[in-house]
Design a binder for this molecule. Structure first.
Ligand SMILES: [Zn+2]
Length: 81
């Protein structure tokens, strides 16, 4: 196997597109720490700054967390019912 074979452009583009979708859990956590070094995330709905455990996991988000906190999600669910 020749490891020095350059990647084709198509392969490189495919990898770039998949970056935010198919990350390993440790990569998601690394990005989360890099994006939010303060350890807090602002909820997109109630605008409160809350610790990470107040948000559900969502690997498609860049920081691996849902944009809304558990409280807001529960409120939205209750309003829909
Ligand atoms: Zn909230």
């Amino acid at each position: 196997m020749d490891r020095r074979t350059p990647e084709s452009d198509g392969e490189r583009q495919r990898r770039r597109r998949a970056r935010n979708v198919a990350r390993e859990p440790w990569q998601v956590e690394r990005d989360r720490r890099r994006l939010r070094p303060g350890g807090l995330k602002t909820c997109a709905r109630c605008r409160r700054s809350l610790p990470f455990h107040a948000f559900p996991d969502r690997t498609r988000e860049r920081d691996g967390l849902d944009t809304r906190c558990y409280g807001c999600i529960a409120a939205a669910r209750a309003a829909r019912a």
